[in-house]
Design a protein around this ligand. Structure first.
Ligand code: NAD
Length: 246
């Protein structure tokens, strides 16, 4: 990863933070992007203290102008963009379709789906100028199946797979690989709102008998981003302790 410029959205917490740590350890020039500047700055300090190279850039992924500015910042700071991890996301409103508010629907589609389109629109344009690159989009197991009371989340995560496959068709011949990751339920702050009973119900849905760890998902993100995955594009990789095997 030495000399490679990597953007990670939602990089201040959970899966994005774990991925940032692995890319930094591998020697990448990192742009950690998030709406949470405090946590982002703390992570940059942590990476610096371990000898890594990172900078924080505040971005709301639901804002296309800010997503364009993020890519420009990466190019201005490190000269080019090689790898983008479109990871930022929220759990969103938990309601059945008839009860879901219109605002709740629009919010989750903006943050979890439109963000990935905005990201790729500007990231791929920068990568084309640089002769290639790799995009890793963070979907979910709920990109393959539904989940009651999570229509917006599931629709957004399914949509990410369609965007990923389409981008792969459009740009793979120009040396840009685009892949999606589908984590099962992972212990991160995203699950903080769940009570113990709900967590146990979620564990029971994973044949492996536990929820996943951010570090486990980060390994797959690093691999897909790297040249080790040079023949992999347009793919959706579940990493789910067997959730989708049922
Ligand atoms: P997290 O809450 O720990 O981290 C998400 C980060 O995104 C936070 O730092 C948050 O500040 C940031 N963020 C939120 N809204 C943003 C916005 N509008 N613009 C920029 N940044 C924003 O969550 P996580 O579990 O690490 O989730 C990361 C990704 O993984 C998400 O896309 C999520 O849907 C996906 N995912 C998570 C799980 C899980 O069980 N945790 C499972 C499958 C998929």
């Amino acid at each position: 990863m030495r000399g490679k410029t990597v953007i990670i959205t939602g990089g201040a917490s959970g899966i994005g933070k774990a991925a940032a740590g692995l890319f930094a350890d591998a020697g990448a020039n990192l742009i950690i992007s998030d709406i949470d500047k405090l946590q982002g700055d703390l992570l940059v300090e942590e990476i610096f203290s371990k000898g890594g190279i990172a900078t924080f850039y505040k971005t709301d992924v639901a804002n296309p102008q800010q997503m364009e500015a993020l890519v420009q910042y990466a190019v201005d700071t490190y000269g080019k963009l090689d790898i983008a991890v479109n990871n930022a996301g929220i759990g969103g409103e938990q309601n059945t379709i008839t009860e879901m508010s219109l605002e709740g629907w629009q919010k989750i589609i903006s943050i979890n789906l439109s963000s990935v389109f905005y990201g790729m629109k500007y990231q791929i344009a920068a990568m084309l100028k640089n002769g290639g690159g790799s995009v890793v989009n963070i979907s979910s197991i709920l990109g393959a199946v539904g989940f009651a009371s999570s229509a917006g989340y599931s629709a957004a995560k399914h949509g990410i797979i369609g965007l990923t496959q389409t981008a792969a068709l459009e740009y793979s011949a120009q040396n840009i690989r685009v892949n999606a990751v589908g984590p099962g339920f992972i212990y991160t702050p995203l699950l903080n709102a769940l009570d113990a009973k709900m967590k146990n119900q979620l564990i029971a849905m994973h044949p492996i008998g536990r929820l996943g760890k951010s570090a486990e998902v980060a390994e797959l993100i690093l691999w897909l981003g790297s040249e080790k995955a040079s023949f992999v594009t347009g793919s959706y990789y579940p990493i789910d302790g067997g959730y989708l095997s049922k």
